[in-house]
Design a protein around this ligand. Structure first.
Ligand code: NAD
Length: 482
């Protein structure tokens, strides 16, 4: 395994040193087998305070480092991630359960954030010009916002960490990072690569913990922390925003989704099925961008259901190590929740038309499932499923379609498959979502602004916008006459 220690557990990374957590240790499980992958140090608020001490001490020097130097650290880390791509993919699969193909894709995507922000780090240009009234000049420049607290979820253990670390470091911020307790190992492995690439002490500090609430609250209350960047559920994001409000803390929030997937009557069904498989089943449906509800035009509903259902039925579900297409869910709790949601949908009148088999015995498996006859306002359509279940709703008129699609507090991703680009664009522009995939089932790209509208979040990650989240703007007005 790529992430190992020679002796004892010392997984809290503070000020450039690995140390044991003061709260003991906890287990990280392989969701495919329920076996313990590793024990990990359990950090406490005391470890968190030490992490902020180190980040605050390192901040002035890191902020003053030449952008080119910061850029080159990121570039070297990108190369090291590609060097270790396979080992990182195996580690992601071991702690998260996702299929190896998905894990490999995640490593490439995650590494790309280091490459992208290595390029952006040297382009934090400002602005200069005469004030409209004449006489004075205005100079606009940027400063790193300060020590940034980063909190990441378990569903993309590599990419959610690099999507925050790379822009923070490019901007000149120092960081304290808390990975999800289900999947801390990948983040710890990436931290080792940053160290190998030449990371100065204190610039990145990592505290795995089983007690997320108290640790993160202590960071948000610490006057030296100036930024919080969170990815996770809307529920927790709302709590953290409340805490951030107390200190008027700069906050970026990447929260839950409920992505609609629209298929028009003239859609190419080959494209629709291919895009639907990717949008629904990548990571077993445990993606914030996952297609959550399908709106299929009534004229193609039967044909699409048959073809999509046939593909779903063929999915091989099982442990990544055995080469399956789809892995387990993250926990037994998730299996129970999704099972209950589907049972209630069936009680309310939906029909299970297709299902893939799952392995018997250990592992948190739920079968890939297609549901038809789903009412537009059904609970399963309104909830973020976060698993391999595809509820299909039929539609006939565009006005009604758009009403159903936008009838949600979520607005992260959406998908439209249509034979005519003009129609697709007309629909896409009227969908309240931060990202719309047109004739494709994937919206994530490090060079594009990732983020949501409404209760799906605040701010954007990736692109130029991702860097701006970690910068303050400052301007000087200069009397030019003298
Ligand atoms: P979660 O909100 O339970 O956890 C996210 C992180 O917050 C984890 O590190 C967790 O340990 C921590 N956390 C949990 N409770 C906390 C508390 N009270 N105080 C502080 N931190 C706390 O979410 P999850 O189950 O890990 O991830 C799934 C959710 O994340 C889904 O809703 C999904 O849509 C969302 N997500 C969003 C994006 C995005 O970019 N918008 C990306 C991935 C996942």
């Amino acid at each position: 395994m790529i992430y190992e220690h020679d002796s004892g557990r010392a997984d809290v990374f503070v000020g450039g040193r690995w140390r044991p957590g003061s709260g003991g240790e906890f287990d990280v499980l392989d969701p495919a087998t329920e076996a313990v992958v590793s024990r990990v140090s359990d950090g406490t608020e005391a470890d968190g305070a030490a992490a902020v001490d180190a980040a605050a001490e390192a901040f002035p020097a890191w902020a003053a480092t030449a952008p080119r130097e910061r850029s080159e650290l990121l570039r070297r880390t990108f190369e090291l991630m590609l060097r270790d791509r396979e080992a990182l993919a195996v580690l992601i699969s071991a702690e998260n359960g996702k299929a190896l193909a998905d894990a490999r894709g995640e490593v490439t995507y995650a590494a790309e954030f280091f490459r992208w922000f290595a390029e952006e780090a040297v382009r934090t240009a400002g602005d200069f010009g005469p004030a409209p009234a004449g006489g004075t000049r205005t100079v606009v420049t940027h400063k790193p916002v300060g020590v940034a607290a980063l909190v990441t979820p378990w569903n993309f253990p590599a990419a959610m960490a690099t999507r925050k670390l790379a822009p923070a470091l490019a901007a000149g911020c120092t960081t304290v990072l808390k990975p999800a307790s289900q999947t801390p190992l990948t983040t710890l492995a990436i931290t080792r690569l940053l160290v190998e690439a030449g990371l100065p002490d204190g610039v990145v500090n990592v505290v795995p913990t089983r007690r997320s609430g108290p640790l993160v609250s202590s960071w948000l209350a610490d006057p030296r922390v100036r930024k919080v960047s969170f990815t996770g559920s809307t529920e927790v994001g709302r709590v953290l925003l409340g805490q951030a409000a107390d200190r008027v803390l700069n906050a970026s929030m990447e929260l839950g989704g409920n992505a609609p997937f629209v298929i028009t009557a003239d859609a190419d069904l080959d494209i629709a099925v291919e895009a639907a498989m990717v949008a629904k089943f990548r990571g077993g449906g445990q993606a914030c961008t996952a297609a959550n509800r399908f709106y299929v035009h009534e004229e193609v509903a039967e044909a699409f259901t048959d073809r999509f259902g046939a593909e779903v039925g063929k999915l091989s579900v099982g442990a990544a190590a055995e080469g399956h297409d789809i892995g387990p869910l993250i926990s037994a709790h998730a299996v129970r929740e999704i099972g209950a949601l589907v049972d209630r949908a069936v009680l309310a009148g939906a029909t299970v038309t297709h299902r893939a088999p799952v392995p018997d015995g250990a592992g948190f498996y739920y079968p890939p499932t297609v549901l038809t006859g789903v009412e537009p306002d059904a609970e399963i359509v309104r909830s973020e499923i976060f698993g391999p279940v595809a509820p299909l709703v039929t539609w006939s008129g565009e006005a009604e379609l758009l009403r159903m699609v936008n009838d949600t507090e979520m607005g992260l991703a959406a998908y439209v498959v249509s034979g005519e680009l003009g129609r697709a664009m007309r629909l896409a522009e009227r969908i309240d979502a931060g990202m719309v995939g047109i004739n494709r089932g994937l919206v994530s790209d490090p060079s594009a602004p990732f983020g949501g509208m409404k209760q799906s979040g605040l701010g954007r990650e990736g692109a130029r916008a991702g860097l701006e989240e970690f910068l303050e703007t400052q301007y000087f007005t200069i009397d030019w006459r003298g």
